[in-house]
Design a protein around this ligand. Structure first.
Ligand SMILES: [Zn+2]
Length: 667
């Protein structure tokens, strides 16, 4: 990580005649390109500041030297931090030689793709492993144990990167090897996770606490297991690492088994110093085998089955016999009970489906019924069924995953998209969708929207909550379209579930959901630009959509809702007709006449004026549907237009109740 050209010239630099100190601009060429020495990026603010300093205005110099300035990706830097972050040894040295630099100023820096708040120059230099700069900073009094906002120390930054020289230097100069960050994670853990064996060894020699646990209960050994690093595991065992449980009750060997780290698992099984019990070893093998049978990336049927069989033999053919703890049965696993003997397992050897369920049940028994680690394998198995057009087990498995996700307060945004997609596939394949399934998923969507809507006012516009909210809105609309079709499917018409399903849609309408453009679900449903996803829902989730619109209106959607440009749903139909005059407007989904009639029957105003001054009553819709003759305007609407267009606003604004003013302004 060190800058070789800098170190090569360092000695030469030291003998420069002090009367002939080079200018900063001779250290890089700011105007030739945006890149400083050796192509490393320096912000224009850095260059500007240096140029101001070069102008020798001593009044401003100290201020300029130590001020923080903002630059790309929300970073906040001082000159010293930016130079340290990019490994500019000469500049750092010159700053100290010539000015009164505050060594521990703090700012925000991007490191390995994330924004680190409250970092010092030493943290920056340690994080890129620039030992020369680290030395200059420490020699100039930098605090080696200064912590960022998340309590990351410079030593942690060096351990993350894996630069042993920097790690050694910092520890020799007082860095505390046992400082933890806000998650209680230690330097030893980060080095173990990032596969830096030499650093792990060094930290252990220097007294790092080997059995410390994060807030989630993980130890360095758990991280080595996650990263599948056997060499580090051996080191940790040599230093007597205990096999502790994390908050999911998983020991390191189970963490490795869940991730199909075969060699790691068998090494621990054979390692006598760990004193694992026979049952712990059997469970690790069972989890390993079961994971091979349900892992998207490491799926291996034969290996998985062989390991399960071996574990079964250890259970029932060695003495004493260790019986399985039988869990309650779960519907999505076919209500199956795990095999209890070697023979039972041999009997299902050629039954892929039975083996897959067997392994899902094993995973749930060992990992625990609400462990989020279960999710990936359940979703994967469901997806395999969906690909085979075997939709019933898919819906059951995904519903099970949805409950586990919700239990762990995980976002269910992707689950909702997934369900919308699979339901569309079912419709395309003429498979009847159970209304109960639809009702349950819609209820999940509704509850999720309620939760996110509450926190929405407090988040900024680029937040993940906001994009999830819009995504959930679209999935919900997709589900409503699916409902409108499912209600017409065979066997669903007289289902007593219809009423419950409607109630959920009524509840959703009451939420008055709006996009950033102010569109309600009804607007989205009539907007030809809407798309739910571009792949699996095409052909089913088409817009504008008459059936879904009818269902929304039937369930209480506000037919007079206006978007940010004051367009009503009628305006959206008008726009569709004008923009696509040659499309036949009379199919089941695209029948614009039926759409207009539906809205008019629900009492939609034909005379709301949008920001462009267009209202359906006088515009294009009127000519098509003869609105002027067929739909007499009500007296209150006429009065509203008279007020709005014949009276000065200030007159009626103060004379009328607020509600009437709003009503008038819509006309
Ligand atoms: Zn009106």
């Amino acid at each position: 990580m060190s800058d070789t050209s800098d170190s090569d010239t360092a000695s030469e630099y030291a003998v420069v005649d002090p009367r002939n100190i080079p200018s900063f601009s001779s250290l890089f060429s700011p105007y030739s390109n945006k890149f400083g020495i050796d192509g490393k990026y320096l912000s224009m603010r850095f260059v500007d500041t240096i140029n101001l300093i070069e102008m020798d205005d001593f009044v401003e110099t100290n201020f300029l030297i130590n001020r923080t300035y903002k630059c790309h990706f929300n970073q906040k830097l001082t000159l010293l931090m930016e130079a340290s972050l990019h490994g500019h040894v000469k500049i750092v040295r010159e700053l100290f030689n010539r000015f009164n630099v505050t060594v521990d100023s703090i700012g925000n820096v991007v490191h390995f793709g994330s924004l680190v708040k409250g970092a010092t120059a030493l943290w920056c230099a340690a994080g890129i492993g620039c030992i020369e700069i680290v030395k200059i900073l420490v020699e100039n009094g930098a605090n080696v144990n200064f912590l960022t906002e998340t309590k990351s120390s410079p030593l942690r930054a060096a351990c993350y990167l894996g630069d042993l020289n920097t790690v050694e230097y910092l520890v020799e100069h007082g860095a505390d090897v046992n400082i933890t960050n806000i998650y209680n994670s230690t330097c030893l853990m980060i080095a173990s996770h990032n596969n830096h064996k030499e650093i792990v060894e060094y930290l252990l020699i220097k007294g790092a606490d080997i059995n410390k646990q994060t807030k989630c209960g993980s130890t360095a050994m758990h991280f080595a297991a996650q990263a599948n690093n056997l060499e580090i595991a051996k080191l940790l065992i040599a230093f007597n690492a205990q096999q502790l449980k994390n908050e999911q009750s998983l020991t390191p060997i189970l963490v490795a088994a869940e991730r199909t780290h075969h060699n790691f698992v068998y090494f621990l099984i054979d390692e006598s110093r760990l004193h694992l019990t026979r049952e712990e070893k059997i469970e690790a093998e069972e989890l390993l085998g079961a994971s091979f049978l349900n892992d998207k990336d490491h799926y291996d049927f034969n290996q998985g089955y062989d390991i399960l069989l071996r574990a079964m033999k250890r259970r029932y053919e060695e003495h004493p016999i260790i019986n399985k703890k039988v869990n309650k049965t779960v519907e999505c696993y076919n209500n199956k009970v795990e095999c209890q003997t070697v023979q039972e397992l041999l009997d299902i050897k050629d039954d892929d489906k039975a083996i897959h369920f067997e392994s899902l049940i094993i995973r749930e028994r060992i990992l625990g019924e609400n462990n989020p680690d279960l999710l990936q394998s359940i979703i994967y198995r469901g997806a395999v069924y969906a690909d085979e057009h075997d939709f019933t087990p898919c819906v059951l498995l995904w519903s099970h995953a949805l409950k586990i996700a919700k239990h762990n307060k995980h976002s269910i945004c992707k689950d909702l998209i997934r369900f919308t997609q699979v339901f569309c596939q079912m419709i395309k394949n003429n498979v009847t969708i159970k209304l109960l399934d639809l009702k349950n998923i819609l209820q999940f969507a509704c509850n999720e929207l309620i939760t996110i809507k509450k926190i929405l006012p407090d988040v900024d516009c680029f937040s993940s909550e906001k994009s999830e909210y819009y995504s959930n809105m679209k999935s919900t609309l997709g589900l409503i379209i699916i409902t409108s079709i499912a209600l017409l499917q065979n066997g669903n018409k007289d289902d007593p579930m219809v009423g419950d399903l409607m109630k959920v849609i009524v509840e959703i309408n009451k939420l008055e959901l709006k996009t950033d453009k102010g569109e309600t679900l009804l607007h989205l449903c009539l907007n030809y630009d809407t798309n739910v996803d571009n792949i699996f829902t095409t052909g089913i989730c088409c817009f504008p959509n008459f059936l879904a619109m009818k269902l929304l209106v039937h369930c209480g959607a506000n037919v007079d809702a206006v978007d940010n440009s004051k367009n009503t749903p009628l305006h959206y139909i008008g726009k569709f007709i004008t923009d696509f005059p040659h499309i036949p407007h009379n199919s089941d989904y695209l029948d614009t006449r039926k759409m207009v009639m539906e809205l008019l029957n629900a009492g939609a105003h034909t005379d709301f004026v949008n920001k462009l001054g267009v209202c359906p009553h006088t515009g294009y819709l009127s000519t098509l549907f003869n609105l002027t003759n067929n739909i007499p305007r009500s007296l209150k609407c006429l009065s509203a237009s008279v007020l709005r267009y014949r009276c000065p606003k200030k007159y009626y604004r103060d004379q009328l109740p607020k509600k009437l003013v709003q009503f008038t302004n819509l006309h």
